[in-house]
Write a protein that binds this ligand. Structure first.
Ligand code: ZN
Length: 173
């Protein structure tokens, strides 16, 4: 396992559509392992492959909030939202590609998601609460969409300018 570099917004790769995964290869398994390690290390509750510069439809997440709970890592290949509840909920979201910036985003409260597991089998499951929000956020990444795209333009531009400044500082070391 190895830590991968997380891309910071703005980056053209974070705005691109990711490609479907054709089959579960050793490379893909390695990528999933690395992404989980990178996510836990950050620390974060979800990570999508484009955030580590791999344009594949792969997401990892672990939204167990209780610190005493054992890890519950989930790997979703080619995830699609097949149903959303009419009820909405609002969460203050953040993103490992937009460090230290948070904003409230409204999304469907419950979702049903279908994906391919690492064993190649298809799984379909309903999620609510933080899991539902997190997985919608991560699946958005596969379509080149960030949580700040839900915000008003002024707020989005303010965050983008902060990130540009952060990247300049990081580049200078
Ligand atoms: Zn994100």
């Amino acid at each position: 396992m190895a830590l991968r570099n997380i891309l910071i917004h703005p980056d053209p790769r974070l705005k691109k559509m990711a490609d479907p995964v054709a089959n579960v290869s050793d490379d893909l398994r390695q990528l999933a392992d690395d992404m989980l390690e990178t996510m836990y290390n950050a620390p974060g509750i979800g990570l999508a492959a484009p955030q580590v510069a791999v344009m594949s439809r792969l997401v990892v997440a672990d939204c167990e909030k209780d610190e005493d709970a054992s890890p519950n890592p989930l790997v979703l290949i080619n995830p699609t939202v097949v149903w959303t509840s009419p009820d909405k909920s609002v969460y203050e979201e953040g993103c490992l590609s937009i460090p230290d910036q948070y904003a409230e985003v409204e999304r469907p409260k419950e979702v049903e998601i279908e994906w391919m597991r690492l064993d190649g089998k298809t799984q379909r499951e309903k999620f609510d609460g933080l899991w539902a929000t997190c997985l919608q956020h991560e699946i958005d990444h596969l379509d080149g969409k960030l949580f700040i795209d839900y915000l008003k333009p002024l707020k989005r531009q303010m965050i983008t300018r902060k990130m540009q400044k952060l990247k300049r500082e990081m580049a200078r070391g």
